[in-house]
Design a protein around this ligand. Structure first.
Ligand code: GDP
Length: 462
């Protein structure tokens, strides 16, 4: 396939120490050779060995632009599987842009977002699941997600899919052969055998789908809010949860209200605690969580932590907050906070549970009591089966999940045909459908527009 040579800034455009301009394509070396010189202005990229680093200067005509290191990676041993030259320049935005412009003037075209990775895919170096893993890796916000993407980048999903596809293809080929040449191929009893094999695939496929639901929650975190009337201990609880692990504060762009999100790892569970009402600002008591505010944040949440003060009787405000959680049918757990306080008439767990039909956990932000029980509750409420983070396959991407579902339903149709005693040529149609759906997962038999859509979601320079 004839491909033009592309270039882009591959690093983030901020005040980094160095930036990289990446050039990929047949003319990568030629383009770099035109602008890269030593101190005496002699060309130094004549016939470099692959995977070598060269020191020199970038010139735009007579203008010295930057002092750089140039890395050369010969096809196919590069990210894109094409000839790649990377120019490590000084980090400033202006400098990096000038280097890129010079590269573009000398025979390269600006790469589209994701185009480097798309080329790696089109050149057969990686499959679609591996390409998607690259994007996931870049966007990973926690350890689980990072490990999972790395695993997927090494081809964990591709290998599994290829195995199942090979076995399906074997069955399809056998059936075709038997239908063509009944004298030499036996079909008596074949249906039962196939049925058993399909059971194995189905079991595995369903397990992967179940894992994937866990995987998505583990990767993205469970969107959580902490509600309750003033002074019950919401910000203390938030601080406790955040303080347990390093917190990552991320600003969600594109929302009208600025919602702050704290990512919290509670034992092995990731929570994204949305701090809509700024419950960490302790000085502004009046402004603190009121019923109105709770309402908004509850709408956003998958999980509500409803905080009550153990040492005080329930009030109308507690009941109102309860109603709004209940009306929105949210998963909620009551944290009966301040259980460290000595008090004559504490709230009784039993009574609270009877009145507010949510699970109740006794908690003390001050004594740091109750986080383990909270994690256990969340595990039961949100995750299916055991939570293994190693070695399991998680599809964290909806496209992949839908294709596995498609393959599963085609295989179920084959089982139906077997059960109903349909002629064997019925089996091949649905077996082929399953085979094709799995092929689309790894990028075989996918339409160009699907490929384009996947890579468009990438960032520039990747
Ligand atoms: P918020 O208004 O719901 O955010 O409540 P704060 O977190 O600001 O807490 C209100 C007051 O209760 C503060 O003085 C906290 O120190 C105190 N507090 C919070 N949690 C506990 C707890 O578990 N035990 C005790 N004894 N005091 C607590």
């Amino acid at each position: 396939m004839e491909q033009d040579t592309i270039a882009a800034i591959a690093t983030a455009l901020n005040h980094s120490g160095i930036s990289i301009v990446r050039i990929s394509g047949e003319k990568a070396l030629e383009v770099a050779g035109r602008i890269f010189f030593n101190q005496k202005r002699e060309k130094i990229l004549k016939q470099p060995k692959s995977h070598t680093v060269h020191y020199g200067y970038i010139y735009d005509g007579q203008d010295l632009i930057d002092e750089v290191l140039v890395v050369y990676m010969k096809a196919p041993r590069s990210y894109t599987a094409e000839d790649v030259v990377e120019v490590d320049c000084h980090g400033g935005l202006k400098v990096t842009e000038r280097v890129l412009q010079t590269v573009l003037k000398n025979g390269a075209r600006l790469a589209e977002p994701g185009e480097f990775t798309k080329r790696a895919f089109l050149n057969g170096r990686i499959d679609l699941t591996e390409a998607e893993a690259v994007m996931d890796l870049i966007q990973s916000k926690n350890e689980f997600s990072m490990k999972n993407s790395l695993n997927q980048m090494q081809g964990s999903i591709r290998k599994k899919i290829e195995q199942v596809r090979a076995r399906l293809l074997h069955e399809i080929a056998y059936l075709e052969a038997a239908l063509d040449d009944p004298e030499h191929y036996e079909l008596v009893g074949y249906g039962e055998q196939l049925d058993q094999k399909l059971d194995c695939f189905l079991q595995e496929g369903k397990k992967i789908l179940k894992n994937s639901k866990n995987g998505a929650l583990l990767k993205d975190g469970i969107c959580t809010v902490i509600v309750g009337k003033p002074n019950v201990g919401k910000s203390s609880i938030l601080n406790l949860l955040v303080g347990k692990e390093r917190a990552i504060v991320t600003e969600i762009e594109g929302t009208t209200r600025d919602i702050l999100e704290e990512q919290v790892v509670l034992h092995d569970i990731v929570l994204r605690i949305i701090d809509t009402a700024g419950i960490r600002e302790t000085e502004d008591r009046v402004e603190k969580i009121g019923v109105e505010r709770s309402k908004k944040s509850v709408e956003e949440a998958q999980l509500v932590l409803f905080v009550l003060d153990w040492s005080k009787p329930l009030t109308k405000e507690d009941r109102e907050i309860f109603k709004l959680i209940q009306n929105q049918k949210k998963k909620a757990v009551i944290l009966l906070n301040k259980t460290d306080l000595e008090t004559e008439h504490p709230l009784k767990e039993e009574e609270v549970r009877n009145e507010f039909k949510f699970p109740v956990l006794s908690f003390s932000a001050k004594e740091e009591q109750g986080t383990e029980e909270l994690a256990a509750y969340i595990r039961d409420a949100f995750f299916e089966g055991d939570l293994h983070t190693e070695e399991e396959i998680y599809l964290t991407n909806l496209r992949q999940q839908q294709l596995v579902e498609e393959a599963i339903s085609s295989m179920e149709l084959v089982k139906q045909s077997i059960a109903q005693g349909m002629p064997e040529d019925f089996y091949t149609i649905d077996l082929t459908r399953a085979y094709e759906a799995l092929g689309r997962m790894i990028g075989e038999e996918v339409d160009d527009d699907v490929v384009d859509e996947i890579f468009r979601a990438f960032c520039m320079g990747k």
